[in-house]
Write a protein that binds this ligand. Sequence first.
Ligand SMILES: Nc1ncnc2c1ncn2[C@@H]1O[C@H](COP(=O)(O)OP(=O)(O)OP(=O)(O)O)[C@@H](O)[C@H]1O
Ligand SMILES: [Mg+2]
Length: 270
Amino acid sequence: MRVWSVANQKGGVGKTTTTVALGCLLAQQGKRVLMLDLDPQASLGSYFGHSPESTSHSSFDWFAPPGKLDPAQLDASIHDTDASGLSLVPGNTALATMERNAVSQEGMGLAVSRALTCLWDRFDHVLIDSPPTLGVLLVNALAASEQVIVPVQTEFLAIKGVERMLNTLQMINRSRRHPLPYLLVPTLFDRRTQAGVSSFRHMRKTWPEHVWNSAIPVDTRLRDASAKGVTPLALDPDSRGIQAYGSLLKTLLKTTSEAPLVATGAVVHG
Ligand SMILES: Nc1ncnc2c1ncn2[C@@H]1O[C@H](COP(=O)(O)OP(=O)(O)OP(=O)(O)O)[C@@H](O)[C@H]1O
Ligand SMILES: [Mg+2]
């Protein structure tokens, strides 16, 4: 099982869109894919028609103290989507309360890692859509992952926010055996604007080893797909957006190792 999280502490940069696009592309390749919504805004679940207010059968059920996870509840939290091979664990607004309360509870930083070990045989690939704030949820996402994908909107203010995300990764790395690999992915790129082009160049210059060498363009088909609740692949497989995500996926599959979850370097303590 490969676990990737999509994270950036800035909102509206394309995290959920990236999760869905990579998820449907992996499923198209015949992989058994699970998308996990860890955002209390629950946009990923909403995308596929799940209510963020519904308090059962969501990722909330994954947050049990060590030894207390209910396998039946874990099972019930996993929903099919219309795309073959693509499953989803929706989020819900109760995650925000959990986020506040879990800080003081022993072992809650690895709740997602523990739940994933129960799903080892069921999925080839897990994609975690992370919240834009630093807390137990984001820590869980990063601790469970072998690779982080950081969508960065190609405009100057968004680029400033990258530093915050890099500080978080540095903090997480202190409790890992190996540093967590990450790839900055320029998103919402408009090559016709000066701001877009210069932001892209600035990113490539500032983090040369960590920025993807291409960008996800602004493509209204991606927005249309989310409005319709279908994957961008189902809406238009030839759109520029999904083509760009296909090329991103190729890069990710090439650069990430085949290391299983247990070997990712996450140190097993709270
Ligand atoms: N490449 C793109 N082209 C056009 N629209 C896009 C693109 N990527 C994302 N969008 C749209 O921009 C909005 C924000 O994207 P998305 O929800 O993926 O960001 P997010 O980082 O998950 O936001 P949040 O932090 O609120 O969860 C959505 O309406 C989405 O449809
Ligand atoms: Mg989102």
